[in-house]
Design a protein around this ligand. Structure first.
Ligand SMILES: NC(=O)c1ccc[n+]([C@@H]2O[C@H](COP(=O)([O-])OP(=O)(O)OC[C@H]3O[C@@H](n4cnc5c(N)ncnc54)[C@H](OP(=O)(O)O)[C@@H]3O)[C@@H](O)[C@H]2O)c1
Length: 450
């Protein structure tokens, strides 16, 4: 691999012409030349004309800067190798990742180029970890998926709740409740819906892949395992009806906790100062592992029934090819208006926001936790809030991850395929997100009366 100093670009956005890619480009341009870590970028994809139009859109109201537009297709490995040879980092916005992502990860892992993406597909992420981790360690390529709303708020939100448990307090479980709000209609772009439909269709492949892999260590969590609970939960404290959200978040957080179990002091950086080592080790020693689950919440029971209805459509029809064709042909109909082929309008994007509540439950002291089946007596509620998830929060998150990677590379692992929490947890990512509109706060700490 060429040393990084010889690379022409700090980063290349692959798939910049996509619905999310164009917002990632817009967010990236805010930081171009404004700080030393981002001086040279390029955009890449299969259609240069579309990319030029995207650059115009992303730059407005300013005239577009002169950026190199590179032609690359994920079906053409030579074009991907060429990108890797020119840049320190690729931000991959080409999805669904199960269809297009692997050749990009392979090119990066082979060449030593770093890689971030906005994937929310557990099977893709786990397969990439299984198939490319060793190669990425050898080449020095850092490959981190899920650097968007999936799954950084979940990862950092979990860690934020976990570090609130101090002294002899014992954390047992964290349940996250995602609540999406908007003054207008809430709409997502087709590719996210397609990723979800294909995820359901291939759920058995994910299970088979997991069974084929060696079991990774899980952390020891004091206290009993949480019961499944009711299908629809009414969380009075935060005023939400909720149901389990089969997103990538829980599996990503579990991977971070497994990596932490294997490396109790976190992952060593490639060339850390002793000060950074001490900071990293102190951070991870303050983190208490716990069971983790994610639910989607709505203020009304009717809202939850609507979500369940969409889940039933995708669950029933996603399992056969005719049903999948129907689901993908009529996203608006089968998602009950949540997903459109041409995505949300700019006004719809601007008017949306999210709240993600983290309800942590555990024990006020260790002796209580060690008494077999005792119920938790302490609850800490924390919250992550921010703008629209797919096209505002996600670009903010991936760009901040990229800036950390470019400016603090020596503090990060030399190479390997990892989830974002284990790599960025001890860095200043949370502070950076706060400075850019995604906030973290403690809502309450209270005893639970039995
Ligand atoms: N983590 C999160 O929270 C989050 C948020 C938003 C989106 N996402 C994910 O991001 C992915 C993209 O979503 P989107 O709505 O932006 O999709 P999109 O609008 O369909 O964009 C896809 C992009 O990929 C490019 N592309 C497709 N096939 C390609 C190929 N063979 N070679 C090179 N480029 C190719 C497209 O290029 P053309 O312009 O030439 O068609 C386009 O730029 C999805 O998987 C979605 O689930 C995740």
């Amino acid at each position: 691999m060429e040393p990084n100093v010889t690379k022409k670009f700090d980063l290349i956005i692959l798939g910049a012409s996509g619905f999310t890619g164009k917002y990632v480009l817009k967010q990236t341009l805010k930081f171009l030349n404004n700080q030393s870590s981002l001086n040279s970028i390029a955009i890449a994809g299969r259609n240069p004309t579309k990319l030029a139009q995207t650059l115009q859109w992303a730059s407005k109201p300013n005239p577009p800067p002169t950026l190199p537009i590179l032609t690359a297709d994920t079906t053409d490995p030579t074009s991907l190798r060429s990108l890797c040879s020119q840049t320190r980092l690729i931000l991959n916005c080409v999805g669904p990742f199960r269809l297009h992502g692997e050749p990009v990860v392979a090119a990066c892992a082979d060449s030593g180029c770093d890689y971030l993406d906005i994937c929310g597909e557990p099977e893709f992420m786990e397969r990439m970890e299984g198939n490319y981790h060793e190669r990425a360690v050898e080449s020095g390529s850092l490959v981190i998926s899920a650097c968007g709303f999936d799954s950084v708020p979940a990862e950092l939100g979990f860690l934020f709740n976990s570090v609130q448990w101090v002294g002899s307090e014992v954390l047992n479980r964290v349940e996250a409740y995602v609540s999406l709000e908007s003054e207008k209609r809430m709409v997502g772009n087709f590719a996210t819906y397609e990723s979800a439909v294909l995820g359901v269709a291939n759920a058995h492949n994910l299970q088979a892949f997991r069974r084929s892999r060696p079991r990774r260590p899980r952390p020891q969590i004091p206290g009993p395992s949480p019961s499944k609970g009711e299908t629809i939960e009414h969380q009075k404290k935060i005023g939400l009806w909720s149901v389990v959200l089969p997103s990538a978040d829980a599996s990503v957080v579990r991977r971070t906790l497994s990596t932490l179990t294997e490396n109790p002091n976190g992952l060593p950086g490639s060339n850390e100062s002793s000060e950074t080592v001490a900071k990293r080790e102190a951070f991870w020693s303050s983190v208490k592992p716990a069971h983790f689950g994610v639910k989607i919440g709505e203020k009304s029971l009717l809202g939850i029934l609507r979500i369940i209805m969409v889940g039933i459509f995708i669950g029933l029809l996603g399992n056969n090819s005719f049903g999948r064709r129907l689901l993908l042909k009529f996203p608006w109909l089968f998602s009950l208006g949540w997903f459109k082929k041409n995505g949300p309008t700019e006004e719809e994007v601007e008017s949306a926001s999210f709240k993600m509540w983290f309800v942590g439950r555990g024990y006020s002291n260790e002796s209580l936790a060690s008494q077999g089946n005792t119920k938790p007596d302490l609850e800490i509620v924390t919250r992550v809030t921010g703008p629209e998830i797919g096209y505002v929060a996600t670009p903010i998150i991936i760009v901040q991850c990229a800036l950390i990677l470019l400016s603090q590379r020596n503090n990060l692992p030399k190479g390997g395929v990892y989830p974002p929490g284990i790599v960025f947890g001890p860095t200043d990512l949370q502070q950076r997100l706060q400075q850019n509109g995604i906030s973290f706060d403690v809502v309450s700490k209270s005893t639970i009366s039995s």
